[in-house]
Design a protein around this ligand. Sequence first.
Ligand code: ADP
Length: 297
Amino acid sequence: MILSLQNVSKTYSNGVKALDDVTIDIKAGMFGLLGPNGAGKSSLMRTIATLQEPDTGTIDFNGLDILSNKIEFRKSLGYLPQEFGVYPKMSASDLLHYFASLKGITNKSERNTIVDKALEVTNLSDVRDKHVAGYSGGMKQRFGIAQLLLNNPKLIIVDEPTAGLDPAERHRFLNVLREIGTNHIVIFSTHIVDDVKELCTDMAILNGGRILAQSTPKEMVTSLAGKIWKTASSREAIDGLQEQYNVISSSFNDTNDLDVRVYSETSPGADFEAVPATLEDVYFTTLNQNAQPETVA
Ligand code: ADP
């Protein structure tokens, strides 16, 4: 199974170039698309879901040109947008039966099997008779996944599913994705580094509509081994450090000083200690190295 994008670009009518020559191969497993707000994640996902056309480029799924075979491709696709519907006062089970009927699964016992399986995979069996309208945010997200599993899609696209979930719900949701990711391509977008770290077999960092890096989370971290250094700084001294060094991030420590992380090929000095690289270091370093100067209109 492979999804292949070649030179995909998109400029909106207001002049914003949301996708800039995106070329990427995505294989079976969990693929994390990591980037800050406005990076182009939703644009890329809507484009793959054939909800909007790119200006240039091609997209192939297992050899099928999806842009000229949209109807056929959509049979293999499950897409969960960032915002999805308001639900009527119906139980999860009844609603899934209804959606399954709409998808043409008319045989009752076949439908029972499919609905039961979707509820089981998304951990909603216990609350199947409760109204979806009264579900928590995390349960609604899992219901969204249950809904798209009904026609057994091969490619699943989930746009920023963990935004707004509390830590327990987020954890439960990621576990559901992990379960599905073993035999599908699952592409999900996030601006949370930990989502990718915990879950993904493959990942890309997107910003300004461009793929800045693609690899496994582990390889990305390995690429920075020996290049991350830490020092403590007072709040007053941080500006000076930022001028002198390639500061990646800083956070308050127990003594209310700042722990400052710096990128450097060699030791920046005696006050610095070498520390293991993290995926967060990779993310910030990649964004910094590719930062565009801000333009004022
Ligand atoms: P992300 O999902 O990473 O936050 P988006 O794909 O939503 O990024 O947006 C990328 C850029 O394109 C942003 O600058 C956004 O304002 C712009 N954009 C998104 N959708 C539209 C649209 N329909 N029309 C015009 N500009 C858009």
